[in-house]
Design a protein around this ligand. Structure first.
Ligand code: HQG
Length: 187
């Protein structure tokens, strides 16, 4: 299996498991799971040849652990990042004192006015690692790193969740809990 095949399959899975299952007529359950057999059959009829082995390779090699199989291996879902309506069923969890969010500097004024909002996703995505946050921010242009006072938010009753791939999720970060942080420094 080539890394190109794996990347292509991963992008296709992001499309059908996070955003547009309807493009291949797939229906996700309330928690975002797709039946593996149904996914393989429907992908094949849409000219996307996947195999169980290729799915396993994507799940195992994904740097960000984007996808997971159910315990019995019969279903697969995206761990986070959805734009379709699903409920991941994660329990709220006490966050670390500080979390980080990387964004593009051109979004900064809007973020400092409105706070961090979910945009197309289901949650605001936050990271424990500054480095990861900067990488995420870089996708949209010259990055800026924001520190989030997660303890302060938690004390005020804001809920936090942690996805299986260690992304921290919350609904909204009001501007009062945000500060611009130094991108460098220790993890
Ligand atoms: C910004 C990737 C203006 C926000 C990454 C971000 C991550 C605002 C963009 C995961 C704003 C949304 C998520 C406001 C937020 N005004 N801009 N009030 N509030 N924004 O991609 O967090 O490859 O939906 O800062 O690694 O960047 O998909 O969210 O720049 O883990 O697995 O609006 O996606 O993972 O962008 O990234 P996104 P994100 P995957």
């Amino acid at each position: 299996m080539t890394s190109k095949q794996i990347t292509t399959a991963s992008k296709f899975l992001s499309l059908v498991l996070r955003h547009k299952p309807s493009t291949i007529g797939l229906v996700l359950d309330a928690a975002g799971w797709a039946e593996v057999d149904e996914l393989l059959a429907k992908a094949a009829s849409a000219d996307h040849t996947l195999s169980r082995a290729l799915l396993e390779e994507v799940v195992e090699t994904s740097d960000k652990k984007r996808f997971a199989f159910s315990e019995d291996g019969l279903r697969i879902r995206a761990n986070q990042g959805h734009s379709v309506e699903i409920e991941l069923g994660l329990p709220p969890l006490a966050p670390p004192a500080m979390l980080y969010h990387g964004t593009a500097s051109r979004f900064l004024d809007s973020i400092l006015a409105q706070g961090l909002t979910k945009r197309q996703r289901h949650h605001v995505h936050l990271s424990e690692s500054r480095e990861t946050a900067v990488e995420v921010g870089q996708r949209y242009g010259p990055p800026v790193l924001l520190a989030v006072d997660a303890h302060g938010m938690s004390a005020e009753g804001f809920l936090f969740f942690r996805s299986e791939n260690n992304v921290w999720l919350t609904d909204h970060v009001p501007p009062g809990y945000l500060s611009v942080a130094e991108a460098g420094g220790v993890e």
